[in-house]
Design a protein around this ligand. Structure first.
Ligand code: KG4
Ligand code: ZN
Length: 367
């Protein structure tokens, strides 16, 4: 058996509203060991505004990023001399946030002579199941977050094929907007999940758009509008939503999202299996993958197809720097070195061969 040496990577993430750093050891086979990780989440800063404010996010990243890097070195009991490379999210994301991380990483690399590796945030999510589970390429993943939604065949650490995705809102965005309509706190995903636990998912027949179409594309914006109309019918424009209605609407919304993922995952798996027969594997990644009902639904689909399934632990689903260190470590071990001309990219599709989906990614914090 081949033995691969491990490299120690400092990962930096600042593409939305989490400032994160991590130290991870990675080898070329994709084995890894997380040494330390920290996240400064900015939820309290954005809460009064009902959503992420890009300028506030960028400023908070600048204030916290060096503290996060220092903290993970201390936690791991390492000095910068023990680090082999700095991996930083270079996009896609809110440009001010991405710039804060990229500029910090460049400064650190200039001062310490460490190699710099720019990482695609989406690649970080797509590779994240391999941090906790041995998974060979290629595998199928459903990437669902606050700004993105796509089925990807992960063919290698830097090779991705998109089978389909959202044509309008991302599912995380739909959770966040629906929570606002239901007068639940942000981020919407966790608060809808909690409200839905005690709700009746069958009470409101919400739409499941595009299910009739024989492709892997999805749509979520009509769902949120349907929730708004239900609320208006229940309350009129001004009044508070009764807590039973709130729970039932949350449960009905979450069920509709799960149904969309279920039907479209069957299509994506069918397509994937027609291409790949050897030990096929399915995973779900990104912030919305932290939702337990979504995980159960997708595990059920994988079971029906006799395919292995893994959803990363919750703290690797939402934004973190462990996945950036991991993706950056694989790129570093395969020879990637970026110069000080590394740019921060607000958009950076993983599969550049696929056409842009109408309307996708134009809205939301990560557009
Ligand atoms: O991956 P992530 O942390 O950031 C992006 O790259 O966008 O995803 C954040 C999104 C938010 O929209 C949040 O509401 C959603 O993930 N989310 C959830 C849950 N936890 C976070 N959605 C549904 N259920 C959850 N438990
Ligand atoms: Zn993310």
């Amino acid at each position: 058996m081949l033995e691969f040496t491990f490299s120690t990577i400092l990962g930096i993430e600042s593409s939305c509203d989490d400032t994160a750093a991590a130290i991870i050891r990675v080898n070329k086979a994709g084995d890894s060991q997380t040494c330390s990780s920290t996240i400064f989440d900015q939820q309290n800063l954005h809460a009064p505004f009902g959503g992420v404010v890009p300028e506030i996010a960028a400023r908070a990243h600048v204030e916290k990023i060096d503290q996060c890097a220092r903290a993970v070195l201390e936690q791991a009991k390492l000095s910068l001399k023990a680090v082999d490379a700095v991996a930083v999210t270079a996009g896609p994301g809110l440009i001010g946030g991405v710039l804060s991380g990229v500029m910090f990483a460049k400064g650190l690399c200039a001062a310490s002579q460490l190699p710099l590796v720019g990482v695609n945030h989406l690649a970080g999510h797509a590779l994240s199941p391999r941090i906790t589970e041995p998974i060979d390429f290629p595998y199928l993943t459903l990437l669902i977050s606050g700004g993105h939604c796509q089925f990807l065949i992960v063919e290698g650490y830097n090779k991705f094929r998109r089978l389909g995705g959202t044509i309008d809102d991302a599912p995380g965005e739909a959770f966040d907007k629906t929570a606002r309509i239901l007068q639940l706190p942000q981020p919407g995903g966790p608060s809808i999940e909690t409200a839905a636990e005690a709700g009746n998912p069958e009470r409101f027949p919400l739409p499941r758009p595009l299910l009739f179409r024989d492709d892997c594309n999805m749509s979520f914006s009509g769902l949120k509008t349907a929730v708004l109309h239900c609320r208006e019918r229940l309350t009129g424009r001004k009044k508070e939503l009764d807590s039973t209605d709130q729970r039932d609407l949350a449960a009905s919304f979450q069920k509709a999202v799960c149904d969309i993922f279920t039907v479209k995952s069957k299509k994506a798996l069918t397509e994937f299996l027609s291409l790949e027969q050897y030990e096929p594997f399915f995973s779900v990644v990104g912030g919305v993958a932290a939702n337990k009902a979504v995980r159960v639904a997708l595990k059920g689909v994988a079971n029906d197809f006799g395919v292995r399934f893994h959803a990363p632990p919750f703290d690797l689903c939402t934004d973190n720097a462990v996945m950036i260190g991991y993706a950056g470590g694989l790129a570093f071990l395969n020879g990637q070195r970026d110069g000080f001309d590394l740019s921060a990219k607000p958009r950076w599709p993983l599969d550049t061969l696929q056409p842009h989906l109408i309307g996708s990614g134009r809205k939301g914090a990560k557009s």
